[in-house]
Design a protein around this ligand. Structure first.
Ligand SMILES: *Cc1c(COP(=O)(O)O)cnc(C)c1O
Length: 420
């Protein structure tokens, strides 16, 4: 079959001739609940261990033990590397499992990790509180203002999110890539600077950071990729040469994705991702304009708004596989008289709204709202919150698949309740 298959069709069908399962009978991959596999002979067992992490594995896998490799997981990894336009993908139990394993696998004592000052709360906490225990420096800076001087001789990793959680800042990956390429020319492989981009907010439908220069792309599969709020998972997408390193880290650190989650994400999440993303984005764009037009709203952050501080860089970075601008489904906003209005507004929604739920997480079929200061980013100390632009009144919203009018009605009711 030499036909050229489009990006979206491949997201639905995946590899037809996979070595993971025999597909002659099943339309949907079977799911295995076996943690260990019959090896048949000592020689085959030894070969299985030898093949682990090697190039030869995929051509004729020998399944040994679920913490090493697993059929559903391999199929999911193939699809994730297709989605992110990389050579390979390595899954983990959660997004944090992927982030912590990758950062520890790539650094050693004495190294420096430079991260954007506004990132997911637990990633911030990992870099700030845990990394220094290994004598690795974790440093935060405003990477929207990046220049070469940010990179120190011992810097090994530059870490940021395509669209930062929760302020939605967009960083110019290409600009950072240029500076890193220049510096890497004079460095050995052991000292190279890597760019790691957490692409969870944008998803591969809103950006493919590997095409813009990211060496490692991270996904929390728990969010938009799994999409229905039923599975946790994480993944790192990169080139083949780092696959063995990351698989070894996964084997020994142990943050392995459960086969059921692999199956669910590959069966339900990924094939519907593009459809869900497009609909969520369309509604979010309308909702961002709607909020922006409200007299009670102080400001709205959304990459698709002309007034958004990072609108121009967003237009350059946030593009789908066809090159079309993809501002996404996440909105952050703040009310006027925020000090008095924010908590009553969110509480009103939590108690009375039909389609807007007060809950953390994002990218699901249902619209979710939260206050990062008290929830997803509560691990940040006050000083870090203020340098990250996370005011106590910032409201983060992940737009789901509901009808726009129903969402607007819920918001109108909550705004009206403030005047009573
Ligand atoms: C949720 C999230 C994570 C962590 O993912 P888990 O699957 O919850 O561990 C990492 N980065 C971003 C941007 C997130 O939103």
């Amino acid at each position: 079959m030499n036909k050229k298959i489009s990006f979206e069709t491949k997201m639905i069908h995946g590899e037809v001739n996979t070595t993971a399962w025999d597909f002659s009978k099943s339309l949907i991959p079977p799911i295995s609940a076996s943690t260990t596999f019959r090896l048949g002979s000592v020689e085959r067992g030894a070969e299985g261990f030898m093949k682990f992490g090697s190039e030869s594995f995929e051509a004729a896998p020998i399944w040994v033990y679920d913490r090493l490799d697993e059929p559903n997981t391999l199929m999911l990894e193939k699809q994730l590397s297709h989605a992110e336009a990389t050579e390979t993908a390595i899954t983990f139990s959660t997004g944090m499992g992927a982030i912590s394993s990758t950062l520890l696998a790539l650094t050693k004592s004495g190294d420096d990790i430079l991260a954007h000052q506004t990132i997911y709360g637990c990633t911030f906490s990992f870099i700030k509180n845990w990394i220094p225990k290994f004598n690795i420096q974790g440093r935060f800076a405003d990477l929207t203002q990046f220049n070469e001087d940010f990179i120190k001789p011992n810097t090994r990793v530059i870490y940021f999110e395509t669209v930062s959680n929760p302020t939605l800042e967009v960083i110019d990956i290409e600009l950072i890539k240029k500076a890193v390429d220049k510096i890497n020319q004079n460095r050995t492989e052991e000292n190279k600077v890597f760019i790691i981009v957490d692409n969870t907010f944008a998803t591969p439908c809103g950006c493919q950071p590997s095409k813009l220069g990211a060496d490692f792309v991270i996904q929390s599969l728990t969010k938009n990729i799994s999409g229905f709020g039923t599975e946790m998972g994480g993944a790192v997408m990169t080139s083949k040469k780092y696959e063995a390193l990351l698989k070894l880290a996964r084997k020994d650190f142990g943050a392995v994705l459960h086969p059921h989650a692999s199956w669910d994400i590959n069966t339900h999440g990924l094939p519907t991702l593009m459809l869900r993303y497009q609909k969520q984005q369309e509604t979010a764009s309308q909702l961002a304009h709607f909020l922006n037009s409200k007299a009670d709203v102080e400001f709205v952050s959304y990459p698709g708004l002309d007034s958004f501080k990072y609108h121009n860089v967003s237009k350059k970075i946030l593009k789908n596989s066809k090159g079309e601008f993809s501002p996404g489904y996440m909105i952050s906003f703040q009310l006027k008289n925020a000090e008095t209005n924010t908590v009553p507004f969110v509480n009103y929604l939590a108690e009375h709204s039909y389609c807007i739920t007060l809950a953390v997480s994002l990218g699901l079929t249902k619209t979710l709202i939260e206050l990062p200061n008290y929830m997803t980013h509560s691990a940040l100390d006050e000083e870090s919150k203020s340098s990250s632009g996370i005011s106590p009144y910032l409201i983060r919203m992940s737009v789901g698949l509901e009808n726009i009018q129903d969402l607007q009605n819920d918001i109108n009711d909550a705004l009206a309740s403030l005047k009573k």
